[in-house]
Design a protein around this ligand. Structure first.
Ligand code: AMP
Length: 382
């Protein structure tokens, strides 16, 4: 299908969180109608979409009815089953392909595909039993990290193993199912490259973004990671190789480590816009969500040039612990932009929104976005 899906047509989004919300904002700005498929009503995407279908992802009849009513389907939630992606594909284009989704849903499949494409990762072993885990620990050495093969995110379903004595507890803590054991990378920094590939194979990326995590959850992202030119080129080449090897049409994020020797290793892939790319909304002429829309609809891709140094800070539900955050205080800095995702319940660790700040330098952007976030918590409730 190479005929573009033009403005005025309807985009279907499987999933209904903040990634779908920001895609829907791009789509509506460009004159598309948006339907979202959501397990719950009044979702972050549903609040922006023209229509919200509330049904379970396992309800394949509902997926088919949804897909029949739209002109192209994409997803913002990556744990959609292959069966659901295939059901949607019976009625029109699904981008990226269901196979890309399937690959990225499972750490075994993903790691093997990366290795087959010649890309560097941490040493790893597939593990299906406690005996296999003990053998893998002996082979990879410690420290290492045990991760469930499927359905993990933000460090969930992971256990660190410092000595072989930790194996039994680690195996139990991840529920004892199919898993992957990885050597711990002594990384100097965590990075990401958000890339897009259009229906005709053209590619763009947003350069290399530096990511700082707290408790395994992304805390701050900063455009233009301070790498040397060869490392920057290599990171972008890795993303390009993934896009080509997996024939991705849409947006995909490659999460990387740079180790103490300066080597780049792929951590994982997300076949969709990524939290680290949110800063592209303000930093770039066209954002990761604009690129997703354009790629999925078969349109030419947009300009990813970064206009100003920009940093992003996530707003987790913890910030609401003592009441509503002080929005006025955070916005006192005119360089700061606020994004809230329309989630009613601010649970601890839940991504409720983010701030960005653009400034004359990276350091200045980071300082201003952190200062704004700190100002959200009222002085009387430190
Ligand atoms: P993941 O869900 O695989 O992205 O892991 C979440 C976070 O755990 C990463 O962003 C890293 O901070 C850390 N992590 C995961 N795998 C490794 C590894 N092999 N070595 C060191 N840190 C890791």
């Amino acid at each position: 299908m190479n005929d573009p899906v033009l403005p005025g047509a309807t985009l279907g989004i499987l999933g209904s969180g903040q990634l779908g919300r920001m895609l829907a904002q791009s789509a509506r700005r460009m004159g598309y109608r948006v339907h979202t498929f959501s397990p719950t009503a009044d979702s972050p995407t549903g609040q922006i979409a023209d229509r919200e279908t509330v049904a379970a992802y396992e309800d394949l009849d509902a997926i088919e009815r949804f897909a029949r009513d739209v002109d192209a389907v994409t997803f913002e939630f990556e744990n959609i089953s292959s069966a659901a992606a295939n059901a949607a594909a019976r009625h029109g284009p699904v981008r990226p392909r269901g196979e890309v989704l399937h690959l990225c849903q499972n750490r075994w499949r993903e790691k093997h595909a990366l290795t087959a494409a010649g890309l560097p990762t941490a040493p790893y072993a597939a593990v299906e039993s406690l005996e296999a885990l003990l053998a893998a620990i002996a082979r990879l050495g410690t420290p290492c990290i045990l991760k469930t093969a499927g359905f993990g995110y933000d460090g969930k379903g992971q256990a660190r193993i410092n000595t072989a004595d930790d194996a039994v507890a680690a195996w139990a803590s991840i529920g004892g199912g199919p898993a992957i054991l990885e050597g711990v990378v002594d990384f100097a920094a965590e990075l990401s490259v958000v890339a897009a590939r259009g229906a005709t194979g053209e590619r763009v990326d947003f350069g290399v973004i530096e990511n700082r995590h707290v408790d395994h959850i992304l805390d701050v992202s900063i455009a233009d990671a301070p790498l040397d030119e060869a490392q920057t080129t290599r990171a972008r080449e890795i993303a390009a190789t993934v896009m080509e090897a997996f024939d991705v049409v849409g947006v995909l994020c490659v999460e990387l480590f740079v180790d103490r020797r300066g080597e780049l290793l792929v951590n994982e892939l997300a076949p969709r816009p990524h939290n680290s790319g949110h800063l592209t909304i303000e930093a770039c002429a066209s954002s990761q969500f604009d690129q997703q829309l354009r790629a999925v609809c078969g349109l030419p891709l947009g300009d990813t040039t970064r206009r100003q140094p920009t940093a992003m800070a996530n707003l987790l539900g913890d910030l609401w612990a003592d009441g509503e955050p002080d929005w006025t205080a955070a916005l006192a800095d005119p360089a700061v932009n606020l994004h809230l995702y329309g989630k009613a319940e601010p649970r601890a660790g839940r991504k409720m929104g983010h701030l960005t700040a653009s400034a004359a330098s990276r350091d200045e952007a980071v300082r201003r976005v952190r200062t704004a976030r700190a100002a959200l918590v009222r002085a009387s409730n430190p």
